[in-house]
Design a protein around this ligand. Structure first.
Ligand code: G6P
Length: 370
């Protein structure tokens, strides 16, 4: 069994460590040789159609939905197309407005999630072109979609999704850049610059992984708590939603992920002495705002851990209790690194509480009932 797990104690830890490879494999063959553009040779969606897209709806469940939240930031910022992200079980019943220039992107690791499959069919019945971002090319969702963008994460066994999520992010970066080139919303130089930064991601994930011992120590500390909060702004908000889910799924510690600026509109009432607040602060354009939200919780006795850049450590340590760092990358690319910190945190918290990391209670890897 340990052989299957490649020497790791759990599939989840093995899969967390497989992320550098999953990034490389998902990028491989889709980046032009000169590093200045992206190609999707197998996409049926024509360049003309891409030029004419009026809006995009991303639909998925669970962790794939969280990838779709980051996907919205990515596509809006690169290709300037309005994007909505919905959970599949809600999408169908809210009578979504699907026009002929609407592109629907469904995201599913397994390609078998019943809610996502039903949403795909609903979208097609309304005339939308559907792209499936999936890890299983022979799956029902892949079969039914008009187009498939395969994530090449390899089989994912642990119920808590890790490498599939990050490979979905890579797929969104590539798709966003591809659309940006066709719609001329980014210059060739800008695209090349982003691709060069993406090229460093696998190595940077390795650097994050070397911090496992410090993350473990912090995880053992939070494992003594029953409730905690995650906060962030922009893509950091999307990432903390995934971090919170990961922690809940396998450690059973209750947590809530909040947009940092929204705390004061109610949730601040729940901040009391000693409660851990985990803040993601990688978006430097809103760093000051996030810091002032951190002060709000500190003033109410919260114990704050921040994930940011190493160069910020000294400054941040003036206002927080602990800093974990990620290597420097472009603001839009930080989710591909910061989420790895949160995955390890969830893993080690579950381990500290002696839960069944790979098979959490009540959850299934793939849910084929609606
Ligand atoms: C289940 C799993 C989640 C997963 C979700 C969507 O609920 O427990 O980890 O994110 O299904 O799965 P999919 O295969 O569609 O990505």
């Amino acid at each position: 069994v340990t052989a299957e797990k490649g020497g790791f104690d759990h599939f989840m830890l093995k899969e967390i460590h497989e992320q550098p490879k999953a990034y490389r494999d998902t990028m491989l063959g889709r980046i032009n040789e000169d590093g200045k553009g992206v190609h999707f040779t197998d996409l049926n969606l024509t360049k003309e159609q891409i030029k004419n897209i009026r809006n995009i709806q991303i639909v998925a469940c669970g962790t794939a939905y969280h990838a779709g939240l980051v996907g919205r930031n990515i596509i809006e910022s690169l290709a300037k197309i309005p994007v909505e992200t919905d959970v599949a079980s809600e999408y169908r019943y809210r009578s979504p407005i699907i026009a002929k220039d609407t592109l629907v992107i469904v995201v599913s690791q397994s390609g078998e999630t019943a809610d996502t499959l039903a949403a795909l069919r609903e979208a097609q019945a309304n005339g939308a072109h559907v792209i499936a971002v999936t890890n299983v090319v022979g799956s029902s969702i892949a079969r039914d979609a008009n187009d498939v963008i395969a994530t090449l994460a390899g089989p994912e066994i642990a119920v808590a999704s890790t490498k599939a999520y990050t490979s979905q992010l890579i797929a969104f970066y590539l798709l966003g850049l591809y659309m940006a080139e066709i719609r001329e919303t980014k210059t060739t130089e800008e695209i090349a610059h982003i691709l060069a930064a993406m090229d460093s991601l696998p190595e940077q994930v390795e650097q994050v992984l070397t911090q496992a011992p410090i993350i473990k120590e912090y995880a053992e500390h939070i494992a003594q708590h029953k409730h905690l909060f995650f906060i962030g702004r922009g893509v950091d908000y999307a990432v903390v939603q995934e971090g919170s889910l990961k922690l809940k799924e396998i450690s059973y510690i209750h947590s809530e992920a909040y947009a940092a600026g929204e705390l004061k509109h109610g949730t601040l009432a729940l901040i009391e002495e000693g409660i851990p607040v985990i803040a993601l602060a990688t978006q430097e354009d809103v760093l000051e705002k996030t810091l002032s939200n951190i002060k709000e919780v500190k003033a109410r006795g919260a114990e704050v851990m921040v994930v940011s850049y190493e160069e910020r450590r000294e400054e941040l340590m003036k206002s927080v209790d602990k800093v974990l760092s990620i290597p420097r990358t472009l603001p839009l690319l930080t989710p591909a690194l910061s989420v790895v910190v949160l995955q390890l945190l969830a893993y080690y918290a579950s381990l500290a509480l002696e839960h069944d990391v790979d098979k959490p209670r009540n959850l299934a890897k793939s849910v084929t009932v609606e």
